[in-house]
Design a protein around this ligand. Structure first.
Ligand SMILES: Nc1ncnc2c1ncn2[C@@H]1O[C@H](COP(=O)(O)OP(=O)(O)OP(=O)(O)O)[C@@H](O)[C@H]1O
Ligand SMILES: [Mg+2]
Length: 502
């Protein structure tokens, strides 16, 4: 094959990019064939998004070459990249929250017919595009009103609208349900049939192997290797990504302390008659399909949403929090799923973001006790191995997965009695994931009670002392450790058995 081989749509060679002293990319390579689905994997901070931003014209490379359709290219703006035929769905979705779906899809390229926008035509086209990604919703809805997964799907629809020859998806399905992921995969296959190439970035290795033709791994900004997906195993990919084997064994323990929290008949928006008990030092997993009402239940428990009926008993006293602040003061902490929108202060540094929930505690008069803040953040900065130059780096400049770790660190630092984690490992690489599992186990061992909402069955199986399975807003089953299997969880989660509490 020649340097610019015919079957290669994209060829990236020795690309470098540094930020201050940090080499985000230190010589990465990638070649993508026509009509190929090419996955890119690597730990949090490996440089995946940096490459995708360069290919999308959002940032400039320092050195290296990029060939696209046989020509050397350099994109100065996103517009250059789109014109060349590349469309990028960035990891940090760039939606305009107060605008409609149609406006978001046609942002910056509204056609005009005799000085006016042909709304009817755009509406029709938008409905078609939404249909392709499996969304049956009104195109005039504001982005604000959509769930994260719906927003992700709109971004994908937007990429489709550009008729590109290469679509880059940077963790497109980190918040998609299994069903939505199936729709996405069917879509990727049909793109492939039309000769469109797809670059697919994800931490979900099984899925990566299922959807891609080849996989390329990066580590610390450098190229590790490329393998054919058909002949690779999950362990092969993990080894390429993290440079070592990973032991994936956890020892849940079904013995835990006395009941700390009793929830009886809790009802509110999206959940009905939810009852469960949580022991001291117990890891209680909430399994179920996306939309089963798990996050809603926990948000209400945490004082973020109203409760219509039901009782909460905490440490033997009847309790009801009217705000998250009150919950926090009482020893509750909650890491919510929609982390970026809900909680990160992008322009502040890591230390301030970790310390945020501590402010009442570490205030000295009107001033913040900087030394105490530094000590706290350093501890969790290290415990979660957040990859950054220092704790003074702005959160905006961290990789997606490392931003997630900052939010986790913030709530861990509050030293809670009850820690509620809503999909805490979304977007977290597989090595860091096992560190987070260890940390959860360690906290439980120290007596912290953990509620873990997770849609990933292996995660539930690895972590749960007991599991509550929800279906359509109700508790379908409460399973002891011994009965937690993929099969039982899925049967209850899909409503195929049960429906009444056991
Ligand atoms: N604007 C910036 N300023 C400083 N450092 C940056 C900036 N953008 C990215 N980095 C750093 O570059 C490195 C690579 O980040 P990148 O976002 O490419 O990682 P990634 O592989 O996409 O990780 P993840 O899986 O967490 O999304 C990280 O260490 C990150 O902190
Ligand atoms: Mg990334």
């Amino acid at each position: 094959m020649t340097e610019r081989g015919d079957d290669r749509l994209l060829l990236v060679k020795d690309l470098c990019k540094s930020y201050g002293g940090l080499n985000a990319l230190a010589g990465v390579c990638l070649d993508v064939r026509l009509g190929e689905v090419h996955a890119v994997v690597g730990e949090n901070g490996a440089g995946k998004s940096t490459l995708m931003k360069i290919l999308g014209g959002a940032i400039r490379r320092d050195s290296g070459t990029v060939f696209f359709k046989g020509h050397e290219v350099e994109f100065h703006t996103p517009h250059d990249s789109i014109r060349a035929g590349i469309s990028v769905i960035h990891q940090e979705l760039s939606v305009l929250p107060k605008m409609s779906i149609i406006e978001n899809i046609y942002m910056g390229r509204m056609p005009s017919v005799m000085g006016g926008v042909p709304w009817k035509r755009l509406e029709k086209r938008t409905i078609e595009l939404l249909g392709q990604v499996g969304l049956d919703i009104n195109p005039h809805l504001q982005m604000n009103d959509l769930s994260i997964s719906q927003r992700q799907l709109v971004e994908i629809a937007k990429a489709l609208s550009k008729d590109s020859s290469l679509i880059i998806m940077d963790e497109p399905n980190s918040s998609l349900s299994e069903h939505e992921t199936d729709t996405l995969f069917a879509l990727i296959r049909s793109l492939k049939e039309r000769g469109v190439s797809v670059v697919y970035v994800s931490h979900k290795i099984e899925e990566v192997l299922r959807i891609s033709d080849r996989v390329t791994a990066f580590k610390d900004g450098a190229y590790v290797g490329t393998v054919e997906s058909a002949s690779a195993t999950v362990d092969d990919i993990i080894r390429m990504m993290i440079g070592r084997e990973l032991t994936r064994e956890y020892v849940p323990n079904s013995s835990h302390g006395p009941v700390l929290l009793k929830v009886k008949g809790l009802s509110g928006g999206g959940f009905e008659d939810v009852s469960f008990e949580l022991g001291r030092g117990e890891v209680l997993c909430f399994a179920g399909l996306v939309g089963a009402g798990r996050s809603e239940t926990m948000r209400a428990l945490f004082g973020a949403d109203p409760i219509r009926a039901g009782e909460i008993e905490f440490e033997g006293r009847r309790t009801r929090f009217s705000s998250p602040k009150q919950a926090l003061q009482n020893g509750f902490a909650m890491v919510q799923e929609d982390r970026k929108r809900l909680s990160l202060f992008m322009n502040l540094d890591i230390m301030a973001n970790i310390g945020m929930a501590q402010l009442p505690r570490i205030r000295r008069g009107l001033a913040v006790d900087r030394a105490r803040l530094r000590e706290l953040s350093q501890r969790f900065f290290a415990a979660l191995s957040i990859k950054a130059r220092s704790a003074y780096q702005a959160v905006r400049d961290l990789s997606g997965g490392n931003q997630q770790k900052v939010v986790l660190a913030r709530w861990l630092a509050t030293n809670p009695k009850i820690l509620i984690l809503d999909e805490p490992t979304h977007g977290i690489d597989i090595g860091a994931k096992s560190e987070i599992y260890d940390l959860i186990r360690r906290l439980a061992g120290e007596g912290v009670s953990i509620i873990l909402i997770s849609s990933e069955l292996p995660e539930v199986i690895a972590m749960a002392d007991r599991a509550v399975v929800m279906h359509e807003g109700r508790v379908a089953a409460t399973l002891p450790r011994g009965e937690i299997t993929e099969h039982t969880i899925m049967s209850y989660a899909t409503g195929n058995i049960g429906g009444k509490p056991r």
